[in-house]
Design a protein. Structure first.
Length: 96
């Protein structure tokens, strides 16, 4: 199994994992009243938004290698598609 083959899946899973850890941490801090709970019924939205704000820069810094591997995988697929389209265009032009 190639490490490049599942680069996008690995990056997405790790990014989701970082978000879940941040959400659990924010929830624990809110549960023990270290951070505000929100206003009224906005607690879940507040915790989710705070988790996103914390996990985004962490993912950017911690998942650099995985993001680069995913980028290489996507570039390779795009290049193959461009080559296939160019080959089809040359084949069509040859028929005229």
């Amino acid at each position: 199994m190639s490490s490049q083959k599942f680069a996008t899946l690995r990056y997405t899973a790790l990014r989701l994992g970082i978000f879940v850890v941040c959400f659990a941490l924010v929830w624990a801090l809110a549960y023990f009243h270290i951070i505000p709970l929100g206003v009224g019924s906005s607690n879940a939205v507040w915790l989710l938004l705070l988790s996103v704000v914390i996990s985004a820069p962490l993912s950017f810094v911690l998942l650099r290698k995985q993001r680069d591997a995913m980028s290489e995988q996507i570039v390779a697929k795009v290049d193959r598609q461009k080559a296939r389209i160019a080959a089809n265009a040359r084949q069509e032009d040859g028929l005229l």
